[in-house]
Design a protein around this ligand. Structure first.
Ligand code: SAM
Length: 212
């Protein structure tokens, strides 16, 4: 358990505002949501590595007809989600376990700020799970924090390594991210690349299966 988790649990009613403030230093999740909605209005959404449910909350709130499933390897994913739980399900399972369950497919599959927490040797497998869970015509989003030589990156690395306590955190630059994605997902094409405020390190790729 990292310092962040330990401290946050002691914050009580201030935990959610504190978590939102902490995240906003690095990414504007409302801008991320706007970008996601500009790509389509998905009916079924899967988020791999959903964390406490910050992205879920925004998407479920913005899409009144959508159904959302969030999975994570952490205990109690979606713990801070404030929204319609009739349309949002959170499960503590690996992506390969969800994939093995069968044919439930999703119009939008999200992998947001997760890859740098996954050991490099396991990243391609996670991305292939994401692809396998994608419905025909669906969109896969890979959003990452790009490694750069600046103060913001030093802050992001320090926060993940020492506050969140992830000893294995490992960021790639744009070229490395694209190599990982294209090696794992040769049948998908990048249909959109975007940066998310407030920092250019927030890089987003939207991928779709090439039409035959
Ligand atoms: C920075 S949080 C992002 C949470 C959420 N996507 C968001 O943007 O608010 C990264 C999450 O990835 C999860 N994670 C790490 N490795 C994972 C894996 N192999 N499969 C699923 N989730 C994973 C962590 O437990 C953590 O909750």
């Amino acid at each position: 358990m990292g310092i962040t988790t330990t401290v946050r649990r002691r914050l009580g009613k201030y935990e959610i505002p504190a978590a939102e403030l902490y995240r906003s230093v690095f990414i504007d999740l409302d801008s991320l949501t706007t970008t996601l909605l500009s790509l389509g209005r998905p009916g079924r959404i899967l988020e791999i590595g959903c964390g406490d449910g910050a992205v879920a909350e925004r998407l479920v709130g913005a899409l009144p007809d959508a159904e959302y499933v969030g999975i994570d390897v952490m205990a109690a994913p979606g713990r801070l989600f404030r929204g319609d739980r009739a349309r949002a399900e959170f499960r503590s399972v690996y992506s390969h376990d969800l994939r093995a369950e069968g044919p439930a497919l999703f119009d939008l599959v999200l992998v947001v700020d997760v890859l740098h927490h996954v050991p490099p040797a396991q990243r391609e497998a996670l991305l292939r799970d994401a692809e396998a869970l994608l419905a025909p015509g669906g969109t896969l989003i890979v959003k990452e924090w790009e490694r750069r030589s600046d103060l913001a990156h030093l802050m992001a690395y320090t926060a993940d390594r020492y506050l969140s306590g992830d000893r294995n955190v490992d960021f790639g630059d744009r070229a490395e991210l694209l190599t990982t994605i294209s090696c794992a997902l040769p049948e998908l094409s990048v249909v959109c690349e975007a940066r998310v405020p407030p920092n250019r390190s927030n890089i987003l790729f939207a991928l779709r299966r090439a039409r035959t």
